[in-house]
Design a protein around this ligand. Structure first.
Ligand code: NI
Length: 158
């Protein structure tokens, strides 16, 4: 497992749409393990492959200390409610703001072995899932609020 470089705001790669994972092979295992190592080292709670420069629809989220959820090619099946709370991002170091997100999401995705599964998430975990899924479509949390857009403008990045 290796640590990879985090792509930060201002780099065009973050704005690209990631492609589905087609092969559940050794290169995916290496990618996921590297993403996890990188996230832990940087003290993140979630990471999308695009954040290490790989445009594939793969996400890891920390559930609790030492327990991780791997989400490949996720689809949102259902959302409920809306709540605003603080967010940050490894790709936007040092900036945090409140972002509205669904309070509940139901997702269908694949694990690293290519097995399909569904899961439900609420509150903090629902927020993490939505934040990471936005990364797969080139969307960052700073796009979603006035405060975030102001931050981008002040820093001259899009
Ligand atoms: Ni992020």
């Amino acid at each position: 497992m290796a640590t990879r470089k985090i792509v930060v705001l201002g780099n065009d790669t973050l704005r690209k749409k990631s492609k589905p994972v087609l092969a559940f092979d050794e290169s995916l295992v290496v990618l996921l393990d590297d993403m996890k190592t990188t996230m832990i080292e940087r003290k993140g709670v979630g990471i999308a492959a695009v954040q290490v420069g790989v445009l594939r629809r793969a996400i890891i989220i920390e559930l609790e200390e030492g327990e991780y959820l791997e989400i490949i090619n996720p689809q949102i099946l259902k959302t409920k409610g809306k709540v605003s709370d603080a967010e940050g991002c490894l790709s936007v170091p040092g900036f945090y703001c409140d972002v509205p997100r669904p309070r509940y999401v139901k997702i269908r995705a694949f694990d690293r072995n290519g097995n399909e599964f569904e899961f439900e998430a609420e509150d903090y975990l629902a927020r993490c899932v939505c934040h990471e899924m936005d990364h797969l479509d080139g969307v960052l949390f700073v796009d979603l609020t006035e405060e975030g857009r102001k931050y981008k403008k002040e820093n001259g990045v899009i």
